[in-house]
Design a binder for this molecule. Structure first.
Ligand SMILES: Nc1ncnc2c1ncn2[C@@H]1O[C@H](COP(=O)(O)OP(=O)(O)OP(=O)(O)O)[C@@H](O)[C@H]1O
Length: 313
């Protein structure tokens, strides 16, 4: 397996006190979308900025395409695209001129550049907005312009940091499809988001960090497999009595019980007959319910278990 990024023992502190990244090691494989996940303040942006050599760091080593990345590694930077949450385009340039400007930072040949700019416009579905200025675009279209500017030079490696934050559903779906399409064309992507459903939709592997440390890495199935939660049963009881919650906690293999709206959610560790045990308890205590169903843990459950926090707070 070819590694496009190799991060070894990365350590970065701010003002010698706040350890934002703490001995973090991970690889990014060629052609994958790696979801970099962590609660707010866990060190995602700092990690990305260190990889891009936008920040200095006191410990560790970072290699991109097997070369050590330095602030003046211009040949390496030409192979990288960046799409940050904050839109960075020029107000005085049109859509087409903006894309041409950013593409021109890496592509000198004018004929080739014209072709790349046109392809980026089509890729981001901005054909009807070529002559628009950024302030004439909706938030979603602006994000799409931001992406077009980040990918027009056809980078082999793309950093997409919360590329879909607060956009309309149509643009969100366009952005996710376009990132998926880039992956199909061979681009490697590091993707950060606060939307777990996006991770389930497009990421091949996930790296979960908190307090600058790696908590877990693997495919979504691997993370679910290694999680302590084996089964989740949701139940909507008609009687809302805390006494039952305490008794349900005593059933075999119960790890945790929490409320979500009208439902009680019971998490079980590995074992058998959880649903049958629960039904027996309900029947013998004459408890009535509206809904009951069993499911495998979601990535969100794994994240909650590892970090104790929601991805979106
Ligand atoms: N310029 C800075 N000066 C001092 N501390 C900083 C600076 N930037 C980040 N930090 C701190 O470093 C830690 C990691 O922050 P970072 O922005 O990397 O996390 P994040 O996971 O990207 O967060 P979010 O999801 O909120 O964007 C946090 O404690 C943050 O407060």
């Amino acid at each position: 397996m070819n590694n496009v990024i190799e991060v070894s023992h990365l350590t970065k502190s701010y003002r010698h006190t706040i350890k934002a990244v703490d001995d973090l090691s991970f690889d990014v494989h060629e052609g994958e979308i790696l979801g970099l996940l962590g609660p707010n303040g866990s060190g995602k942006s700092t990690t990305i900025n260190c990889i891009l050599s936008l920040l200095s760091y006191e410990g560790g080593e970072i290699k991109i395409f097997h070369e050590t990345m330095r602030p003046d590694s211009y040949d390496l930077k030409a192979k990288i695209g960046v799409v940050f949450q904050d839109v960075a385009v020029f107000e005085e340039l049109t859509v087409q001129e903006n894309i041409n400007y950013f593409c021109g930072l890496y592509v000198n040949d004018r004929t080739l550049r014209r072709q790349y700019v046109e392809e980026a416009i089509q890729f981001a579905e901005l054909e009807n907005y070529r002559k628009f200025y950024p302030k004439q675009l909706s938030g979603g279209l602006l994000r799409r312009l931001n992406i077009a500017c980040g990918i027009a030079h056809k980078p082999k490696l793309l950093f997409a940091d919360e590329a879909t934050a607060s956009v309309d559903p149509q643009s969100r779906s366009q952005i996710l499809n376009s990132i998926d399409q880039l992956r199909k064309q061979g681009t490697t992507v590091i993707y950060t988001t606060h939307y777990m459903e996006e991770v389930e939709q497009i990421c091949d592997r996930v790296l979960i960090i908190d307090k600058g440390k790696k908590l877990a890495a693997g495919t979504i199935d691997e993370l679910k497999e290694h999680s302590g939660i084996h089964e989740k049963i949701s139940i909507e009881l008609r009687e809302n009595d805390e006494r039952h919650v305490e008794e349900l906690r005593q059933l075999p293999d119960v790890l945790e019980i929490r409320r979500s709206g009208a439902a009680l959610i019971l998490s079980f560790q590995e074992g058998s007959n959880h649903l049958a045990d629960l039904m027996d308890y309900l029947q013998s205590n004459h408890l009535h319910y509206d809904k009951i169903y069993s499911e495998r843990p979601t990535l969100n459950d794994v994240f909650l278990e590892l970090t104790g926090k929601e991805l979106r707070d």
